[in-house]
Design a protein around this ligand. Structure first.
Ligand SMILES: [Zn+2]
Length: 584
């Protein structure tokens, strides 16, 4: 037996036609999106056995057998896991690389023990009188038992029944200890880690149960208790529900990150399947990386209280560091995702997701709301809070947009902010010795380029005016140039991702009450000044290579351009002196 790489197993599972494969063993009838049949495991005659292609799983409501396409082969035909994977791979035509005999996975006994425990806990939730408290609790949160049974929720009773049950199944204490299901007391005796708790099984990417999250059902502490890390479970490297959500994430091109197990449960029951949660800790960089492997865009849907906001921004920064697109959705005060979906259903949640904004924008909204921008020291403190998010942005375009936006919000110059974020632009080869690109032109929204594009979005008349005054090639910031060109040619739909993002942000921002005529005048003369600047640079570049006579006429030309620049833009003089104005 050889180890098959995880990504290959994934590929096989995704390619597998679970309806076709199970349909070879039982006669499936479609009911809605799912299929029903008499159960092949307990041999019933009623259609209690269901295949859910959307989740790639099956479940029997009578004997409670359940699993994925691989488990079906294992349980139905007695195959071991690698053989089941190879059998499904053969059917879908995926070649499994042979890596020679590396022996069985030494963690196999752990997986077995956790799976046996999960089955037993699930049976307690269904049947045990003591679990009535858990069933009542689910009912109080308006979760139907029938709906959660296929998800293998369980109940851990208070006493030692778990120990006896595992002994009866031949699972050794040492293995249960290693899996974190038992704890050893000082006197050397063992007891179950989970007692009197509703259990949420935590799956790895292969959909194997590797740990549990347990919610207390009386007044005890802590409210939530997770399995400790073990050879099969590293809580910082796994996300709750990722095994089920990843297909939906790929399809929806987004992931929704929530805080709690119940939030995940509620959203996926409401048909929003691309939902995951960290495992009782803040989002780790490993988890952010894991998300980046499955989706380009993450929407953060945490509580709106102070603790929720702090967790939101910390998670947001982790995700930005992975180059992900991030949005922050804002729930009404006092609601969590679970309660909101209970009240307003999936459409209510979608409306909130639709209004999600970029994390930097959300920070600015909050700071603005708290009047940070109305005083000088306040602005400084506001910047200190914006800087981590700017620095976290790995994607250069996002970072550039962030710097512009933060500079604008806090009323500081963009170049100053660039220095603070270590994002100082390297001078292009065009101007190796000139500090011109950092000349402190004042008082435009974030840049003249942005102002021009904002104006173009104000309708046909403004678009015509801007196109008349400026060529697209004059815009240096590429996303703005792309938007400029697209708007000029009515080609907005053809924008690439980055430029589309810039477009959406600009569209949303609008003129924000600024006077368009004034903006236009400022922006156009700024562009004009830059044009003249370039002429001067070109003349500078040319000068050393010309004959003395030609040099004299170039210097005359330079003075003419310089005068025009000074006339049009008086403050240019200060900066120009530094780089050696003509005649000095
Ligand atoms: Zn059955």
């Amino acid at each position: 037996m050889s180890l098959i790489p995880d990504d290959v197993i994934e590929q096989v599972r995704e390619a597998a036609d679970i309806v076709g494969i199970i349909g070879e063993h039982v006669e499936l009838k479609r009911t809605g999106a799912d299929f029903r049949a008499p159960c092949p495991f307990h041999g019933g005659t009623h259609r209690n056995f269901t295949v859910i292609p959307k989740k790639g799983m099956y479940y029997c409501f009578v004997c409670h057998e359940g699993g994925d396409v691989f488990t079906f082969f294992m349980k139905r035909l007695g195959m071991d896991y690698p053989t089941a994977v190879r059998e499904v791979a053969r059917r879908v035509g995926i070649a499994i690389p042979e890596r020679g005999p590396t022996g069985p996975d030494p963690r196999e006994p752990l997986y077995g023990a956790v799976a046996a425990a999960a089955d037993w806990f699930a049976r307690q939730l269904r049947e045990s009188p003591e679990a009535q408290v858990a069933r009542d609790y689910l009912a109080s949160r308006r979760v139907e038992l029938d709906v959660v049974l296929p998800l293998a929720l369980g109940y851990a009773p208070r006493g030692k029944a778990f120990l006896d049950a595992m002994k009866g199944l031949g699972v050794r204490d040492e293995v249960l200890l290693e899996a974190g299901l038992l704890v050893k007391r000082e006197d050397g005796t063992v007891l179950p880690r989970f007692r009197g708790r509703l259990l949420f099984p935590i799956h790895d990417l292969r959909a194997r149960v590797v740990a549990f999250g347990g919610r207390i059902l009386d007044a005890g502490e802590p409210k939530y208790l997770n399995s400790p890390d073990s050879p099969v479970f590293h809580k910082g490297k796994l996300l709750y529900n990722l095994h089920a959500a990843k297909h939906a994430m790929r399809k929806a091109e987004r992931a929704i990150l929530v805080e709690g197990y119940f939030d995940v449960l509620r959203l996926s029951l409401a048909g929003i399947e691309e939902v995951v949660a960290p495992l009782g800790t803040g989002l780790t960089s490993d988890q952010a990386q894991l998300l980046a492997r499955h989706t380009p865009h993450v929407i953060l849907l945490y509580d709106s209280d102070d603790a929720g906001l702090r967790a939101t921004f910390r998670a947001g920064d982790e995700l930005l560091r992975q180059g992900l697109r991030v949005s922050v959705a804002t729930l009404p005060a006092g609601e969590d995702p679970d309660t909101l979906v209970q009240k307003r259903g999936a459409p209510g949640l979608e409306a909130i997701l639709k209004d999600a904004v970029d994390p930097l924008e959300r920070k600015i909204q909050i700071l603005d709301h708290k009047a940070f921008f109305s005083s000088l020291p306040g602005r400084r403190r506001a910047l200190d809070r914006l800087l981590p998010t700017i620095r976290a942005a790995k994607d250069p375009i996002t970072r550039e947009l962030y710097i512009s936006r933060a500079a604008e919000a806090a009323g500081v110059r963009k170049d100053v902010l660039e220095r603070e974020t270590g994002n100082e632009k390297r001078e292009t080869s065009r101007t190796p010795t000139s500090p011109v690109s950092r000349v402190p032109f004042p008082a435009l929204p974030a840049s003249a380029e942005k102002a021009l594009v904002l104006l173009m979005l104000e309708g046909d008349a403004w678009r015509a005016r801007v196109v008349e005054a400026v060529d697209a090639e004059e815009l240096e910031f590429l996303p703005y140039r792309a938007v400029f060109e697209a708007v000029a040619d009515d080609g907005v739909l053809a924008l690439d991702d980055t430029s589309a993002r810039a477009y959406e942000q600009l569209k949303e921002e609008g003129l924000s009450g600024r006077d368009p005529n004034e903006m236009y005048e400022l922006a156009v003369s700024w562009m004009e000044a830059r044009r003249l600047e370039r002429q001067l640079e070109q003349l500078d570049d040319q000068l050393p290579f010309e004959s003395p006579e030609r040099q004299a006429s170039l210097i005359a030309e330079k003075r003419r351009v310089f005068d025009e620049l000074r006339k049009r833009y008086p403050r240019y003089k200060i900066a120009a002196r530094r780089r050696g104005a003509p005649g000095t």
